[in-house]
Design a protein around this ligand. Structure first.
Ligand code: PSU
Ligand code: MN
Length: 301
């Protein structure tokens, strides 16, 4: 038996059969500083409600898998220190041991699928890190997309990564990468890139029916929806390039490795951009939440 706790709102949405959008918690604990992390988590939940769906922020708390957090739980998570960052490899061990942890994209997909939720909104997925030819650091998010049937709405993969290699791996794994409203893949803080989008869809209905067809055909896995950051909130890639390079060089010099790499880089880029990267990150997550609500409603039809 999996110890699952549904929030009161999610319990009601499940009973009514209305649309639910999953949200991850690593972005709260490891992706943004307090208090903006909690403020953003709340805004994103409100965005989903304003667009007619119910938010389900997912986390492990004291050995229970929470699908939807009550307001006090969200506050506590946002201020907790040394929270574990859970992926496919360690979510079961954390629950079995009665501990707490935040879920990454991979772990959130697993939990969403267990709860019968088909759509999940986040900022940017993990992927192939720069220097992966030496470090072999490739996020478990990519393999999860290949095996768990959840549509993930993101602004692409985080631009700290080796983006061309990340999208090559997704193609190899058979993951549909769908750009929304444009012909190129967005690059997280930047709306565009020079990478051609493998697929383009312009409406939530198309995205929902593509996922349904995958399931009907017995094709495993989800879809990655790459939704560009609104143009007025983006940071041009050329502005970011030297900043990302500096943060990567520091990570290497300080021998930052494994799960610490992504939080370190996001934190340094926040400092080096005087907070502008966080503003952009908040804008893109909110934009993704809105689209995810539309897709969840289209799927529920
Ligand atoms: N999106 C954001 N900020 C984040 C993340 C996503 O805007 O911090 C998190 C997600 O939980 C994702 C993780 O799964 O970063 C990737 O971590 P890694 O590179 O260690 O796999
Ligand atoms: Mn990694």
């Amino acid at each position: 038996m999996i110890p699952i706790t549904y929030s009161s709102e999610v319990t009601k949405a499940r009973a009514d059969g209305t649309a639910i959008v999953a949200l991850e918690s690593t972005i709260i604990t490891h992706g943004m500083p307090f208090p903006q992390n909690v403020e953003t988590a709340r805004l994103v939940e409100d965005d989903i409600k304003a667009n007619g769906a119910t938010p389900a922020t997912i986390a492990v708390m004291n050995g229970r898998l929470h699908i939807g957090l009550e307001p006090g739980e969200l506050d506590a998570l946002g201020q907790a220190e040394d929270v574990a960052k859970l992926s496919r490899a360690d979510i079961a061990a954390c629950i079995a041991a009665g501990k707490s942890g935040a879920t990454t994209v991979a772990a959130t997909m697993i939990a969403a699928h267990l709860a019968g939720i088909h759509v999940f909104a986040t900022g940017g997925i993990g992927g192939v890190h720069q220097g992966a030819d030496q470090s072999f650091d490739i996020s478990a998010d990519l393999h999860e997309l290949a095996q768990t049937p959840v549509t993930v709405v993101a602004a692409g993969a985080k631009a700290i990564l080796d983006l061309p290699k990340t999208f090559e791996v997704l193609e190899t794994l058979g993951v549909p990468v769908i750009a929304v409203g444009q012909d190129v893949i967005p690059a997280f803080w930047s709306a565009t890139s020079d990478m051609a989008a493998p697929l383009r869809m312009d409406t939530a209905a198309e995205i929902a029916s593509a996922q349904k067809m995958r399931s009907a055909m017995g094709l495993r896995g989800g879809q990655l929806i790459t939704n560009p950051i609104p143009h007025d909130a983006e940071i041009p890639a050329a502005t970011l390039a030297p900043i990302i390079a500096k943060a990567l060089a520091e990570a290497e010099a300080q021998k930052i490795s494994a799960k610490a790499v992504t939080p370190f880089l996001l934190g340094r880029i926040f400092e080096l951009t005087d907070g502008r990267s966080l503003e952009a990150n908040i804008a893109l997550v909110r934009n993704n939440a809105k689209l995810a609500a539309e897709i969840a409603i289209a799927m529920a039809d």
